[in-house]
Design a protein around this ligand. Structure first.
Ligand code: ADP
Length: 910
């Protein structure tokens, strides 16, 4: 166990002798022994012993020590005011952080100040805005096994979104996990923890929490009929355990900011206490079947650049979600991401979204009005989450109220709309007038951040408060007039009334006037030139003011918490409204993109109830790559037509001619259509695709420590095992990470298998030119290519797809374009020409120089260059020679080889 966690050894040995404060620290560490306890002492969060040494190192803060009668303990502390950034570092280092706050004011009770863990901060259960990206959900996951079934539950603690699913295959569940990328997971007994990525903090959690009966009981406190709603016991176990965990990280049953805490003194960690209050913000559980959505595994998610850009573009928002996101609110941004993560299969649902997008695309005014209004929408889901967790301050409630105030205008803007989806949203947009009025009546327009110091509750909301304020005001008015009155009474014109923090109100008389002081003045303070006095009446008034003000602050705090609870009671209605606003924002965003970038409505070819067993049909006219077209000046549209008779497209063309762009654009257009978005094309007709598989590019799995070739074969194995006639498969440069002969053989075998056995619709880009001949042998295979023009040794790319196979690869010319030195290119050209002249006959009867030949030529060329470099002897630095020797020629493409050579040459010149 990490020595920084749990009670420090030095304290554990002598717990009973410790000072009361250190005993408190020890006990909290024992109770939250999987978290680093940050222990409030005044304005600091302190850690002690091993935890102090660890935090000092991680946070680069000073290690000090604390000495008391029982010993000296290493200590390090962080200021509470900017604890957040430190907590972030601790989370990144893989710790959970338990915040142990002082939950009573010092001096409030006789003994040591009471402390309680008010929350446990973990990577998957963050609610702090500062630590949490707002544009996407952050889910914590739980994985449970029940027989052969795996159940997966996902909960976003900041918004209350709660999902459950299950499957009999661990691959299916792994795919769902990669869709949501939870940063944290708890796993039950026998559940396969390795389905989560390395970036996820995985903890085996109390087996009881996963126990079927126990989990069912936990869940029943949230959901009416768990057995009816959920499809399997595994789901019940996962959901119940995840809720237990979320209850645990909420911390002790700490009641609020002022310390009316009911700390539980039992030594047991309170994790499994069924008497706990449910988490108010969890009001709805959505159960889904992975088969309801287009399935994208981790590889496809990455290679289609849905959320993460590919390094080559160098643009941070060069992602599919980046080009689609014109949302006005954080709510809408998250909704859009959820749609992209889970594209639909059901035609009716897709058409529902498309109808709305079409209507909004057609009406500039409605669209722009809505966008403008939605900009005034705060993050309602998180606001109500905080309200329900009793963490919202008065400003949060005002933000909530300001959002509600926008709703009537949003409704009005939707008034004349036509399609079902927009009509339904119109109906769902409940402006929650009661909630808004409550906040309007109760809370002042610009309240302070602190909720314990008054100034929050509006005049006229509460008679008692008004009376207290009245008393204070009256007293102050009496004092304001006092100066004038006393001047008249005493005849001392220079008499002054003042206030200081130590003595309170006083009457000040300068020394020359002291004889005129009346008898009822009592001396309080003597200054150099004057004396300060009070009168019994002044003291009485002052006490009255102070006590009225204190009582008013207390009253305000109580009233505020009542208002907050009353708002929290409406959590479900607020969440429904939030969902409607989010959906509307996402639809407006899609229509803005459609109108701005000239997208068209895709046509879906099949009714939900008429699914045939046949393959896919896919016809795109003038299609564009949604991401690439944004990153460059002009983009050449291309068509595609695939159906049962033309299922396997073998695409050739030189490097950089546009093959992989073309393949990805087909997949992204399909995906967009199933999200319910318009697509970048002149026209598109398609049957919904059930799965998209990709095997694109030769990216080494560096973290996984596997070679390019292993990664490639692994991805291929998945495709060959799982693809079927409802799948769209993209294969780019298969068989690249091995020798040419092996590569061709593997690529050919795969193409045949995909064609004969799987029936999957496949786009296959290859630089192994001989493979194009397969199109003659395989019934449903055909060829496409990207041609280039060559003038004066310069290559011109048209990026236009054409029928048939390419005639050559132009690898050498591309090398010139990439800036490889002329002499190297010249030499390569001679070698290619020699090969084409018959020095070594091309395979499969192709008389044109193929890329593999060019590759061999360049390898030879590279070999010569290497030799020359080393033969030069003396002045070749040893490290450079070593680099040259270790170049893995079998894994480099010609262009990569030449670029590498160029880099080495430059090094030599330096
Ligand atoms: P390949 O896979 O054939 O090596 P890519 O698809 O990677 O080629 O395309 C290379 C570059 O060419 C892209 O980064 C893009 O800048 C440009 N490109 C590709 N397709 C098009 C197109 N249809 N219109 C304009 N430029 C394109």
């Amino acid at each position: 166990m990490d020595p920084a966690l749990g009670p420090p050894d030095a304290m554990a040995e002598k717990r009973d002798e410790l000072t009361p404060m250190m005993r408190q620290y020890h006990d909290l560490c024992a109770r939250y022994d999987d978290a680093l306890v940050l222990f409030q002492v005044g304005d600091f969060y302190e850690t002690f012993c091993a935890a102090a040494e660890r935090t000092a190192r991680l946070l680069e803060i000073t290690l000090t020590s604390r000495e008391d009668s029982t010993g000296e303990y290493p200590m390090s502390g962080i200021p509470i005011d900017n604890a957040e950034s430190y907590v972030e570092t601790l989370l990144e280092a893989g710790y959970r952080v338990a915040i142990a706050d002082q939950v009573e004011a010092p001096g409030e009770s006789s003994g040591v100040v009471e402390r309680a863990v008010t929350r446990v901060i973990t990577p998957g259960t963050l609610t702090e805005d500062e630590l949490l990206a707002s544009e996407d959900n952050t889910f914590a996951a739980a994985l449970a096994r029940d027989g052969d079934t795996l159940g997966l539950a996902l909960l976003d603690v900041s918004t209350g979104e709660f999902l459950a699913t299950s499957a009999d295959s661990s691959e299916r569940i792994a795919d769902e996990i990669s869709r949501f990328e939870p940063p944290e997971a708890v796993v039950g007994p026998d559940a396969p923890a390795d389905l989560f990525s390395d970036a996820c903090m995985v903890t085996p959690y109390e087996p009881e929490a996963f126990d079927h009966e126990y989990a069912r009981e936990t869940l029943a406190r949230y959901v009416r009929n768990p057995d009816v709603l959920l499809a399997s016991d595994a789901e019940i176990r996962a959901c119940g355990a995840l809720l237990s965990y979320a209850e645990y990280v909420r911390g002790g049953d700490h009641e609020g900011e002022r310390g009316e805490t009911e700390t539980d003194n039992s030594d047991d960690r309170d994790t499994l206490n069924a008497a706990r209050e449910p988490l108010g913000y969890v009001t709805q559980l959505t159960r889904y079947d992975p088969r309801e959505y287009l399935l994208l595994d981790a590889v496809a998610l990455r290679s289609l650049e849905l959320f993460e850009p590919r390094a080559v573009h160098g643009h941070e928002d060069a992602t599919l979600v980046g080009v689609l996101d014109e949302t006005a609110s954080a709510l809408g941004g998250r909704k859009l991401r959820d749609w992209v993560r889970r594209p639909l299969l059901e035609r009716a649902r897709i058409e529902g979204r498309l109808d709305a997008v079409e209507e909004l695309t057609g009406s500039v005014q409605t669209r722009e009005t809505l966008h403008e209004l939605l900009r005034g929408v705060y993050d309602l889901e998180r606001l109500i989450g905080r309200t329900s967790r009793e963490r919202a301050n008065a400003r949060d409630l005002r933000s909530l109220r300001d959002t509600l105030a926008v709703v009537p205008d949003v409704r009005a803007a939707l008034e004349g709309t036509d399609c079902d989806r927009l009509r339904k949203l119109h109906a769902d947009l409940d402006p929650l007038v009661d909630v808004r009025e409550l906040i309007d009546d109760a809370i002042v327009t610009t309240p302070p951040v602190e909720i314990t110091e008054g100034g929050i509750i509006a005049e006229g909301y509460d008679a008692d408060l008004d009376e207290l304020r009245g008393t204070a005001r009256e007293g102050k008015a009496w004092i304001d007039d006092l100066e004038q009155r006393e001047r008249e009474r005493t005849g001392i014109d220079s008499l002054k009334v003042g206030f200081n923090a130590v003595h309170g109100y006083y009457i000040e008389v300068t020394n020359p006037n002291l004889e005129s002081v009346p008898d009822d003045y009592e001396r309080r303070q003597t200054l150099k030139n004057s004396e300060r006095f009070v009168t019994p009446e002044l003291k009485r008034r002052e006490d009255e003011i102070v006590s009225a003000e204190e009582r008013a602050d207390d009253r305000e705090y109580d009233l505020f918490r009542d208002v907050r609870r009353a708002v929290a009671a409406e959590v479900e209605r607020v969440q429904t409204l939030a969902d409607a606003l989010a959906t509307l924002d996402a639809l407006v965003s899609l229509s803005t993109v459609a109108a701005t970038y000239d997208y068209c409505r895709p046509e879906l070819l099949e009714d939900d109830d008429q699914k045939t067993s046949g393959g896919l049909e896919l016809e795109i006219e003038g299609g564009r790559h949604p991401v690439v077209e944004r990153t460059q000046e002009s983009f050449v549209p291309n068509d595609v037509q695939l159906d049962d008779d033309r299922r396997v497209a073998i695409i050739t063309g030189p490097n950089m001619s546009g093959k992989s762009t073309y393949m990805r654009q087909v997949a992204q257009i399909v995906l967009l259509a199933q999200v319910g978005s318009f697509v970048p094309a002149r026209g598109a007709r398609l049957t919904p695709v059930e799965r998209i598989f990709t095997r694109i590019g030769a990216s080494d799995d560096i973290a996984g420590g596997r070679s390019t070739f292993m990664v490639e074969m692994d991805e291929l194995a998945t495709i060959l095992r799982e693809a079927d006639e409802r799948s769209l498969v993209l294969l780019d440069e298969v068989g690249r990470g091995t020798s040419t002969a092996d590569g061709v053989a593997i690529a050919q075998a795969i193409t045949e298998h995909v064609h004969d056995e799987l029936g999957a619709t496949t786009l296959f880009a290859t630089h192994h030119h001989p493979l194009t001949e397969l199109a003659d042998d395989l019934e449903a295979a055909f060829t496409l290519h990207f041609a280039v023009d060559q003038t004066d040794g310069e290559v011109v790319f048209h990026h236009e797809i054409e029928p048939g196979a390419a005639t050559g690869s132009y690898g050498v010319e591309v090398a010139t374009a990439a800036g490889v030195p002329e002499d190297v290119v010249e030499r390569a050209r001679t070698l290619v020409a020699a090969e084409a002249d018959g020095d070594s006959p091309p395979s499969m009867g192709d008389s044109n120089p193929t890329e593999s030949e060019a590759e061999r030529a360049l390898e030879a060329c590279l070999g010569e260059a290497t030799q020359t470099a080393t033969a030069d002897g003396g002045d070749v630095p040893a490290d450079l020679a070593a680099e040259l020797r270790t170049l893995d020629l079998a894994h480099l493409t010609p262009v990569e080889a030449l670029t590498e050579l160029d880099r080495l040459q430059r090094l030599l010149e330096e």
